[in-house]
Design a protein around this ligand. Structure first.
Ligand SMILES: [Zn+2]
Ligand SMILES: [Zn+2]
Length: 231
């Protein structure tokens, strides 16, 4: 059996653009036949709904609370909720980070002011995954969609984003065909009009937390779910 995980989900408590709440996210994922869900809400520099005007540790705790709420709700349902973040590092450019837990981010207030190279070093030193989110997305809020920063800043890339156009996804798949980066796929789920279950990663084993998730990605021990197909 394969354990399908959605890798890119937003909820209203932490993302200003998120509409569903933590419990709805879990229910929708279970209805979509998934085994797990990674919460990747917009973090400090992104479109967060968490109050930035509080001490760093409190900010991170407030961000973590929504994930903990979902995890508690999912307990006993055989469903795994996993911690992640999506952070903006320059206008229109975002990264998805897995394998770092909230305590590790809370312990490093410098995280807030890291540039992309520093963030990469931090994440990699902790055994995590730092993925370029939706490269080549052509939208009004992204100033230079074709300007990709380069493989040196990441160890993974979201080559399929279910909210991207087929053209944007095709451009990413072509560009990263021979890249050393680990390829991932995500829904970028924000509201019930979005589809879940058509993207994500399928693992041969159950994944219970963000550390296990990063380990399996870095080992390449998974298959991609692209537009509903396991490939
Ligand atoms: Zn959003
Ligand atoms: Zn997102």
């Amino acid at each position: 059996m394969l354990y399908k995980h959605e890798m890119h989900t937003h909820t209203c408590a932490c993302s200003a653009c998120g509409v569903i709440n933590a419990e709805q996210a879990v229910d929708i994922a279970i209805e979509s036949g998934l085994s797990g869900l990674v919460f990747t809400n917009h973090f400090y520099h992104g479109n967060t709904r968490v109050d930035r005007h509080q001490p760093w540790a409190d900010f991170v705790k407030a961000y973590e609370d929504d994930y903990l709420r979902a995890k508690e709700y999912a307990a006993g349902k055989g469903f795994d909720v996993i911690f992640g973040i999506e952070e903006l590092y320059r206008p229109g450019k975002e990264v998805l980070i897995y394998g770092i837990d909230a305590d590790e981010i809370a312990a490093v207030p410098e995280f807030r002011d890291m540039n992309i190279a520093q963030m990469r070093d931090f994440v990699i030193s902790k055994g995590g995954v730092i993925a370029a989110a939706h490269p080549f997305r052509h939208r009004d809020y992204i100033p230079d969609p074709d300007n990709y920063d380069g493989d040196e800043y990441f160890n993974a890339v979201e080559i399929y984003n279910h909210q991207n156009t087929p053209e944007d996804n095709a451009q990413a798949q072509e560009y990263f065909k021979n890249s050393r980066l680990h390829k991932i796929s995500g829904a970028d789920y924000h509201r019930t009009e979005h589809e879940m279950g058509k993207s994500g990663l399928a693992f041969p084993c159950r994944i219970k937390d963000t550390k296990e998730l990063a380990e399996q990605i870095l080992r390449g021990n998974y298959k991609l779910i692209i537009n509903g197909e396991i490939v």
